[in-house]
Structures are given as structure tokens and as C-alpha cells.
Design a protein around this ligand. Structure first.
Ligand code: HEM
Length: 315
């Protein structure tokens, strides 16, 4: 096989024919250098000699990478919301939801780890647990779930602690949404717009009313409504990730305590109650059928005397 060598823009460049294709590469930037594959592929370091530990390491590492992307995109989404670029923010939120769906599917790979497989190396993990994932915690803070006491387990690592503290004290995605609603003239309590963001968010009826108005008059508030639906999808998939984690854990260790010291599955079930955007969920219970295209029978009762649509399937 002949390799042709040239200089392009001062960079040594190579070309060869392989299977009828002209393949090129250069010394400027390689796949390995760009993607740091050397570092990436030497970062799987088992603590046991048990073959199933590799799956356990790789599934955690891939999830950590996806969480890293989620954090990156959440930051972009917040910038876009601050700049009132709602179309762009929707696209970013869509990407985040798609990443979550992908992460949800990956639990199926981990589910091939049987209780027996896991027990061959579980003891080697000592107290290491996903509970100590600083990125996961940062993502929770960033979306709106502030729990200051969880920072302390990173006290001996300044870099992680500082990143977590910054996310704890910064406005969350939900705080940015409420500021957006206020800019649009909705009556959001002052104490919600400018508060100590490190404190847990307290749901409020005025905020719920604002979302209800948006969801009741969707045509009038279309951009806010469709943004809210993207945000809702994000929480929906986050919860599904939590659920699949809990179910996979239950399948692998039953009700044993976690390596991190918690009650295990019972702790993970409690986490299913956690919420990022509480009023966006609560408001749904108060919604009524729309005047057009909804529950005609109810419309008939409320709009007695008005002409009813023809051919209603529930007549
Ligand atoms: C066989 C596999 C797994 C088992 C048995 C397991 C078990 C557990 C348990 C029992 C907890 C509760 C804390 C504790 O006491 O340790 C926990 C928390 C956690 N795990 Fe896993 N896990 C597994 C896989 C994963 C994977 C692949 C990830 C992905 C990053 C992950 C991320 C987390 C996170 C973020 C928490 C904290 C959740 C919270 O505080 O709400 N886990 N895990």
C-alpha cells in the first residue's frame, strides 16, 4: 500500500487508498488527540479481579459523561432563557431530554448484571456509591433541587466542593423561568425572584396561578407554554431515570443497604418524590377543559345556550 505525503497549511498530511476509498490523516489533529482516547480508555481501573466489574465501571463512566453534557446544556439553556431566546432554549431542553432518554435505556445494559455477578465484587467497592457523584448533585442543584447538606461529603476535595457551592448559590433553571414569567408581566412574588438561592425552593400559589394562566390560554402564551412543556418533559425523564435506577438496584441487591450507607431501595423510592418544578405539576390538577376542541359535554354545561359543535363523539 502506498502512502502519499504532502504538506498542507504547514502540516504533514497523508493519503492512501483503502478498499477503493481515499483515506486522509495528518499530524495536526488526530482522532485520539482530539478525543483524548488514551486517557479515556485507560481510566477503567477495576479494584477486583472479577470480570463483571468492567461493566459496572463503564456504565457509571458513560452516565457521568452524559451528566457532564446535561450540565453543559443546562448552562446554555439558562443563558438562552436570560436572553429571552425561547426558541433556542427549547432546542437545548430537547437535547437534554433526549440525553436522559438515552440514559434511561442504558439501565438495560446494567440489568444484565445478575445479583450473583454483582456480589462477586461488591465487597471490593467498600463505601463508594453513586451518592457521592458530585456531577449528579450539581445537576439537581442546577435544575432547582437545592440541598445544602449534601455538599459536605465533598469537603476534602476543593474543586468539587467549590463547583457544588457555586451551583447551590446560583439561580436554578426554574428560578430563571420564574424571572422570565416576571419579565412577561406575570405576578411572581418578589421573594421568589431575588432570594437566597441556596435555600430549598418553596412552592407558591401565585406561581401556580401564572402557569395555570399560560396553560389555559395556550395560543396567547404559546412560546411560554411550549417552553414549559419542554421543561416538564425534562423532569418527567429525570424521574424515569430515577425509577429505572431504583428498579435495577432492587433487581440486583434487593433491599440490602447501599454501599453508601443508606437504606438502599427505600432511600431511592423516597427520591422519587423529589421535584424540580413543583407548580408546573400541581397546576395540572386545576386545569379545566378548553372551550374548543376539548370536553364538549362540560362546555355545554358551562356555556348553556351557546351553539354546540356538531358530530361530537360523546353526544
Ligand atoms: C448495580 C448497580 C447499582 C447499584 C446496586 C446501585 C445502588 C445504589 C444505592 C443503594 C444508592 C443509595 C445510596 C447508597 O446507600 O449507596 C445509590 C445511589 C445513587 N446511585 Fe446507584 N447503584 C447502581 C448503579 C448506578 C449507576 C450506573 C449510576 C450512574 C451514575 C448510579 C448513580 C447513583 C446516584 C447519582 C445515586 C444518588 C441518588 C440520590 O441521592 O438521589 N448508580 N445507588
Amino acid at each position: 500500500m502506498t502512502i502519499r505525503k504532502t504538506i498542507e497549511d504547514g502540516v504533514e498530511t497523508f493519503e492512501a487508498e483503502i478498499d477503493g476509498e481515499t483515506i486522509q490523516w495528518d499530524r495536526g489533529l488526530s482522532y485520539a488527540r482530539h478525543l483524548q482516547t488514551q486517557q479515556l480508555l485507560t481510566s477503567q481501573v477495576p479494584v477486583s479481579d472479577k470480570p463483571d466489574e468492567m461493566l459496572f465501571i463503564i456504565i457509571h463512566q458513560t452516565m457521568e459523561l452524559w451528566i457532564k453534557l446535561m450540565l453543559h446544556e443546562a448552562d446554555i439553556a439558562m443563558q438562552q432563557i436570560r436572553a429571552d431566546q425561547l426558541g433556542k432554549a427549547q432546542k437545548t431542553l430537547d437535547r437534554m431530554a433526549t440525553v436522559l432518554r438515552h440514559m434511561i435505556h442504558s439501565w438495560e445494559v446494567l440489568a444484565t448484571l445478575s445479583p450473583h455477578d454483582f456480589l462477586t465484587f461488591r465487597g471490593f467497592l467498600r463505601k463508594a456509591s453513586g451518592f457521592q457523584s458530585h456531577q449528579y448533585r450539581e445537576l439537581e442543584f442546577c435544575l432547582g433541587l437545592k440541598r445544602a447538606d449534601l455538599v459536605m461529603i465533598h469537603n476534602d476535595d476543593d474543586q468539587k466542593r467549590l463547583a457544588l457551592e457555586a451551583a447551590l448559590h446560583a439561580p436554578s433553571l426554574y428560578d430563571e423561568l420564574l424571572r422570565l414569567l416576571s419579565r412577561r408581566g406575570f405576578d411572581i412574588p418578589e421573594g421568589h425572584l431575588d432570594r437566597d438561592f441556596s435555600q430549598p425552593y418553596q412552592a407558591d400559589e401565585m406561581v401556580e396561578d401564572a402557569w395555570l394562566e399560560i396553560y389555559t390560554n395556550v395560543d396567547k402564551h404559546w412560546d411560554l407554554y411550549s417552553l414549559a412543556e419542554k421543561v416538564t418533559a425534562l423532569e418527567y425523564y429525570f424521574q424515569e431515570w430515577r425509577f429505572k435506577h431504583m428498579k435495577t438496584v432492587s433487581r440486583v441487591i434487593g433491599h440490602k443497604p447501599g454501599t453508601g450507607g443508606s437504606s438502599g431501595v427505600t432511600y431511592l423510592v423516597k427520591a422519587l418524590e423529589l421535584q424540580f418544578f413543583p407548580e408546573l405539576w400541581a397546576m395540572r390538577t386545576r386545569m379545566n377543559a378548553p372551550k374548543q376542541g376539548g370536553n364538549y359535554a362540560e362546555d355545554a354545561a358551562t356555556n348553556a345556550g351557546e351553539a354546540q359543535p356538531k358530530g361530537c363523539p360523546y353526544d
